[in-house]
Design a protein around this ligand. Structure first.
Ligand code: ADP
Ligand code: MG
Length: 432
């Protein structure tokens, strides 16, 4: 039970202004897309059909999804908070291109803490005598943007007495990030409670119209900061999750939107024609989104999968092998990728993974400051995330916004891993 400062870079990192603006400009499109996928049963069924045969976690989520659809949704207001992550791929001629790594549709974190990082870096620059540069740093307040979405959903739910429930981890390592969002809600006179799955199992109940109560207190919005990896669940927690999903409360995200964020769905989106089917009548949005896609490949059984598996085994450094997991540290690279793919290439297990082109950004020097770590200069690469927030009531999208950004930077020795995984640190973009 020790409090540490969140890790951060000593200096802000250079980010090409055009790519930064491109990432912001496409965020409303991605909000629209995620929302459309979450309402498209046929697409989710088809896309995940093979995955759920081999991946137990996705299968369990999918069972809950089917169960709530069969019963009929009680929820009428929908709230999405996502973060679309990008790296800057360095081409042979030295120009950088924006490439999407993934969209996080559940528990996308660090919107709170990063609302403070621009101030930290502004101070560092001033101490260094770089007053002019300090004034160039953009203000950034995702905590406020996320809270705005939660508040809107709470308001549309329509009960003054009802609370917002943050569904949190057993061991709350990132509580201060969440508190930043929570405080924004209290400032709007919205009550917030923090509960774990086990509390829901013990205290949660539904009334006849499936309104959710925790120990007699009505819950308008459930904001998940937990529940995205298999380790978050035991039998009781799965039951608690089902109870929440069956309820009228606004889940952020609902189970369908969580499924929309799987790696398998991401890979299917890159297939020619898929975006057109999901968002008919939105050719410009589709072009903006597609311009950010990296090469993504299905490993489903069949000729297409055989071919790409063989290519990746022959040249593993060109690819990243990804299972259906979140939270960092799950992907495979290089020699390890080759060995695993070699082992599973003729088994159905192969379908639980996807392949992606490896993005190769231009490294830059910086200091990564982390409690109890020695101070040293490192070669670093950065990943830019844009937060998106949207609210839908029935069929009407009443809010669709970009809500701020997050820059995370890590030493190039680490192929994988975010801030929570202990690899990346918080940063601030310095636009160039
Ligand atoms: P997770 O859901 O675990 O966060 P990601 O797809 O975001 O999965 O991958 C985790 C990390 O691995 C990323 O933050 C990034 O550092 C690295 N990574 C993922 N995909 C690629 C890629 N295509 N090229 C280079 N690095 C990648
Ligand atoms: Mg990620």
């Amino acid at each position: 039970q020790v409090v540490n400062y969140a890790p951060f870079t000593l200096l802000p990192s250079a980010v090409p202004r055009a790519l930064f603006e491109q990432a912001y400009a496409v965020q409303q499109d991605f909000n629209l897309l995620v929302d459309a996928i979450s309402q498209n049963k046929e697409f989710l069924e088809q896309t995940l059909a093979r995955t759920i045969k081999v991946d137990d976690f996705t299968a369990q989520l999918f069972r809950i999804y089917q169960q709530v659809l069969e019963e009929g949704l009680a929820q009428t207001v929908f709230l999405g908070i996502n973060r679309s992550d990008y790296m800057f791929d360095c081409g042979l001629d030295g120009t950088a291109a924006l490439r999407q790594i993934e969209i996080n549709t559940i528990a996308a974190s660090f919107g709170g803490l990063t609302s403070r990082t621009a101030d930290v870096h502004g101070l560092v620059l001033k101490v260094l005598g770089k007053t002019e540069e300090a004034s160039q740093l953009l203000p950034n307040n995702p905590a406020k943007g996320l809270a705005l979405g939660i508040a809107k959903a709470w308001e549309l739910y329509g009960s003054q007495r009802a609370v917002v429930m943050f569904l949190v981890e057993e061991i709350q390592r990132n509580i201060f990030d969440q508190r930043c969002v929570e405080n924004e809600l209290w400032n709007r006179n919205i009550r917030v409670i923090r509960k774990r799955f086990r509390d829901v199992f013990e205290q949660g109940s539904l009334d006849a119209s499936r309104r959710l109560f925790m120990d007699g207190q009505e819950v308008a919005v459930v904001y998940y900061r937990e529940g995205y990896v298999p380790q978050n669940y035991n039998q009781q927690n799965w039951e608690a999750r089902l109870l929440l999903e069956r309820s009228r409360a606004v889940k952020c995200p609902d189970i369908a939107t969580q499924l929309a964020g799987t790696k398998k769905v991401q890979q299917e989106l890159s297939r020619p024609g898929t975006l057109e089917k999901l968002l008919p009548g939105h050719p410009e949005a589709i072009a903006r989104m597609r311009a950010t896609f990296a090469g993504l490949y299905s490993l489903d059984e069949g000729e297409e999968g055989d071919r790409i598996a063989a290519t990746a085994i022959a040249d593993p450094d060109r690819f990243v092998l990804k299972p259906q997991r979140e939270g960092g540290g799950n992907n495979l690279y290089g020699e390890e990728l080759r060995q695993v793919l070699e082992k599973i290439k003729d088994s159905p297990e192969r379908t639980s993974y996807i392949l992606m082109d490896k993005i190769k950004p231009q490294p830059a020097l910086n200091y990564l400051l982390r409690a109890h770590s020695p101070l040293q200069v490192s070669e670093c690469i950065s990943e830019l995330g844009i937060f998106g927030v949207y609210v839908r009531q029935g069929q009407e999208l009443v809010l669709n916004q970009a809500a701020g950004h997050l820059l995370r930077t890590k030493a190039i020795e680490h192929a994988d891993g975010g801030v929570a995984a202990g690899v990346a640190v918080l940063d601030t973009p310095y636009l160039v």
